[in-house]
Design a protein around this ligand. Structure first.
Ligand SMILES: *[C@@H]1O[C@H](CO)[C@@H](O)[C@H](O)[C@H]1NC(C)=O
Ligand SMILES: *[C@@H]1O[C@H](CO)[C@@H](O)[C@H](O)[C@H]1NC(C)=O
Ligand SMILES: *[C@@H]1O[C@H](CO)[C@@H](O)[C@H](O)[C@H]1NC(C)=O
Ligand SMILES: *[C@@H]1O[C@H](CO)[C@@H](O)[C@H](O)[C@H]1NC(C)=O
Length: 392
């Protein structure tokens, strides 16, 4: 952290010659978080088929669980095609899935739902972990609870001079768009809208939690952003998550993702969280809901902000991504888990009166095609360019 501070303070006011040596020096001292590689399992293996029906299921990457110590997970369950960790508290009330990222998560959540004895139909699923923050809506070290999950994955791309003149971004929807403002042809997994009434409740509960401050280095950095939200102390934001296997950074990418998110949800979603996890998780859970293995109305996304998705004015996107890096990962994760613990207390404390029966969605919930029923309130008639392979 000390050397990070040195480099950052230098970056804030340095000319480029001096910059190189600062940057070079810092490469070797950047903190890397390595998942535990202990070979002896800390869990007792459950006999295959042992029933468990948790009230809470956390989904995150292995290292992110390193910041959670409020519960003791003692019992591990395994099944076919399942090679991650699914472990529960002794009473089986709270479980965690350490599942890897995006596509890997999707396969592992699917395998989890098929483990004999594991019943997730009443589980409140909390997807968590870290992501980058759009400085317009949140701040590093803060947390967000989301209503929308958007996939920035299913597309076409042209680079450099190959880009048609009337498009400012490199990203196109999968099927030919005439112009960036036309609603694209979709495949179905582009957007999931969660239970907004559950988001309301969790947001109210989480807003009561007191957050830890970020390092002085990050405080100095955030003061240089032009957006009010970015300059704030860590807080719980209410805005949406966008994920892709590619972790994008910078103003151009950030603006493009915002544009796409706005277009694909007809202005309903506000993009604030960039990550490589969430849509794979939502996709698998959604399919589980279609097949009645889980209740999609009990799924939530509560995530930490480890860094900014774009630089402040005095840095380039490259400097921001690779040399400021994910400097708020640790306080962010601790703040996210604090929020989640408050939510868990609310769920367990009000299980009989509120949560067992479930909280009814107050707006449309589901995918872009209306697969779970109801009328999708954010889609539009799709159009592909006339004469294109997919157009009419
Ligand atoms: C977890 O287990 C350890 C060791 O038995 C114990 O000291 C600790 O208090 C437990 N924590 C919780 C939250 O139950
Ligand atoms: C945008 O560019 C494409 C490719 O050159 C072209 O086919 C399309 O008509 C243009 N759209 C508009 C709205 O100008
Ligand atoms: C927030 O905390 C206050 C004081 O502890 C409590 O009275 C209130 O019910 C809490 N609100 C929520 C939504 O949990
Ligand atoms: C929008 O959602 C409705 C279901 O509410 C569905 O019938 C329709 O096909 C969807 N439109 C698109 C373009 O996906």
């Amino acid at each position: 952290m000390v050397s990070l501070a040195t480099s950052l303070l230098s970056l804030l006011g340095l000319a480029s010659t001096a910059l190189c040596s600062v940057l070079a020096r810092d490469v070797t001292t950047t903190t890397v978080i390595v998942p535990s590689t202990s070979s002896s399992s800390p869990y007792t293996a459950a006999t295959p088929g042992t029933p468990v029906s948790p009230k809470i299921l956390f989904i995150a990457n292995t290292f992110e669980f390193g910041y959670l110590d409020a519960y003791n997970f003692t019992t591990q369950y395994t099944g076919n095609l399942f090679d991650k960790v699914f472990a529960c508290t002794e009473d089986g009330v709270i479980c965690k899935l350490e599942c890897g990222e995006e596509l890997v998560s999707a396969s592992q959540i699917t395998a989890l739902m098929l483990i004999p004895g594991v019943d997730l139909r009443k589980s409140y699923v909390i997807i968590t972990g870290t992501g980058g923050v759009n400085p317009k809506y949140g701040t590093a070290g803060g947390v967000a609870i989301s209503t929308f999950g958007v996939q920035w994955e299913w597309g076409s791309m042209f680079l450099g001079d190959d880009l048609p003149a009337n498009f400012s971004g490199q990203y196109f929807s999968a099927y030919a768009q005439l112009s960036p403002d036309k609603y694209p042809v979709t495949v179905g997994s582009e957007v999931y809208k969660l239970n907004e009434a559950l988001v309301d409740r969790f947001y109210a509960v989480g807003s009561n939690v007191t957050y830890e401050e970020v390092s002085e280095t990050v405080q100095n950095l955030r003061a240089t952003y032009e957006f009010e939200a970015a300059r704030r102390e860590p807080f719980l934001a209410r805005c949406d998550t966008v994920s892709s296997q590619v972790y994008w950074s910078g103003n151009v990418a950030g603006e493009n993702v915002e544009y796409y998110t706005d277009l694909i949800t007809n202005g309903q979603a506000r993009y604030c969280n960039t990550n490589e996890d969430d849509q794979g998780r939502l996709l698998a859970l959604f399919l589980g809901a279609v097949h009645h293995l889980i209740d999609f109305g009990r799924v939530s996304v509560i995530k930490a902000f480890s860094d900014y998705d774009r630089p402040p004015p005095q840095l380039t996107a490259y400097q921001s991504r690779f040399f400021v890096g994910e400097a708020a990962t640790e306080p962010g994760l601790r703040n996210a888990w604090k929020t989640i613990e408050a939510v868990v207390d609310d769920v367990l404390g009000n299980w009989d009166t509120i949560y067992e029966a479930g909280i009814k969605p107050n707006t449309y919930m589901g995918d872009i095609k209306g697969t779970l029923g109801g009328v999708c309130d954010f889609n539009s008639t799709a159009s592909a360019a006339k004469g294109s392979v997919q157009g009419s």
